[in-house]
Design a protein around this ligand. Structure first.
Ligand SMILES: Nc1nc2c(c(CN[C@H]3C=C[C@H](O)[C@@H]3O)cn2[C@@H]2O[C@H](COP(=O)(O)O)[C@@H](O)[C@H]2O)c(=O)[nH]1
Length: 336
């Protein structure tokens, strides 16, 4: 028997855990809601006054512009936030972006036209996204860059409208996802985890989902594989999954989050948080479909990661107070 020295296997301590039992409980709590109209596609318009209410080409271009800029609204200090007043209401976070876009359109600025945002100057971007507090919108230079880049690609390759890109996808969500990733570099949201390439594609997937929603799942907006999309790994979904006890963080990670640690894109903790969120929601979806199956109901058209995501994200928005004890992870990036 050869007693060589023991091989020290360096196992990276995991910081994020999916709780199968917790995911099952969340699915059970959603059972009745999942059958309601708001949980379905219609909720995208009926629940959100700032979203386009039509299904026109302009509405699709609104979605493309907003999802190109749909990232990084969190502020260092909660009391000092970027806010936008629009039609008598004050909006924060993602909705402040939508309010600024609608404010610009009302002012006659063609902000959703590729021919405009392809050559927008930084000063024009500053004007359109000006804040109603002294806190400017985060990453204003990056927003200027992605607008010029995306607008130029739309003009050069898709006749100036994202609808052209949608038509080329031949009713496949995966094909549209590929077209977006091949043509719009700012949407390439990838990382390396334990020497394996992983992808989240949060903005690319939400762009496909919001296109499906704004076109009401009909005509050019009918995707036979829409259920193949995952949830959109942002900084709110993980927070609500931990709040609902479907996901857990290690003490070390919680400590870093409470201290307000700012992580970099691709950090191990960030990739674990985003990856586990996707897996956790896939489990919730699976449990929810099984609960309906046992009742003899096939809900595959009405329950998928997109609709679960929208519901959880809206829940997080409506339960800020209860969720304040669960920190969200902070990365300043253009991906989410
Ligand atoms: N996973 C997921 N992440 C989403 C959305 C949306 C907006 N979609 C709405 C629009 C139409 C539908 O009805 C949806 O309700 C924004 N975000 C991300 O959240 C963060 C901002 O959060 P807060 O600071 O609280 O505003 C930021 O990373 C942003 O990229 C979503 O739906 N799912």
């Amino acid at each position: 028997m050869h007693h060589g020295c023991p091989v020290l296997v360096y196992v990276q301590q995991a910081d994020v855990f999916v709780d199968e039992e917790g995911a099952r409980r969340v699915a059970e709590s959603l059972f009745d809601k999942a059958a309601a109209a708001e949980f379905g596609l219609e909720g995208w318009k009926s629940l959100h006054e700032l979203n386009p209410q039509s299904a026109s080409q302009e509405a699709v271009d609104w979605v493309f512009l907003v999802d190109t800029l749909n990232f990084s609204f969190w502020s260092e200090r909660e009391e000092q936030r970027y806010l936008v007043k629009y039609k008598g209401k004050t909006y924060s976070g993602y909705w402040s972006l939508c309010a600024a876009v609608n404010r610009a359109l009302d002012e006659g600025i063609p902000i959703t036209s590729a021919s405009y945002f392809a050559t927008m100057t930084l000063d024009q971007v500053r004007h359109v996204f000006r804040s109603d507090t002294e806190v400017p919108i985060p990453l204003i230079e990056e927003r200027h860059w992605v607008l010029n880049e995306s607008g130029t690609v739309l003009l050069e390759k898709f006749g100036g409208s994202f609808l052209t890109c949608v038509k080329m996808s031949e009713k496949s969500a995966q094909k549209l996802l590929r077209l977006v990733l091949e043509n719009f570099p700012s949407y390439r949201d990838e990382a390396v985890f334990e020497s394996k390439k992983v992808s989240f594609y949060k903005r690319a997937q939400i762009l496909v989902a919001d296109t499906w929603s704004v076109l009401e799942g009909k005509g050019d907006g009918f995707f036979d594989d829409i259920s193949s999309l995952t949830i959109f790994a942002d900084y709110r979904i993980p927070q609500v999954l931990v709040h609902l006890k479907a996901m857990m963080y290690s003490e070390e990670l919680m400590k870093k989050l409470y201290e307000g640690t700012i992580f970099q894109s691709g950090d191990r903790e960030e990739v674990e948080i985003r990856g586990c969120s996707i897996w956790c929601c896939a489990l919730i979806c699976r449990h929810l479909l099984q609960l309906y199956e046992r009742k003899g109901q096939d809900m595959r058209g009405k329950i998928n990661a997109v609709l679960l995501d929208y519901h959880l994200w809206d829940y997080a928005r409506d339960h800020r107070e209860e969720m304040k004890d669960v920190p969200f992870h902070r990365v300043r990036c253009i991906y989410y």
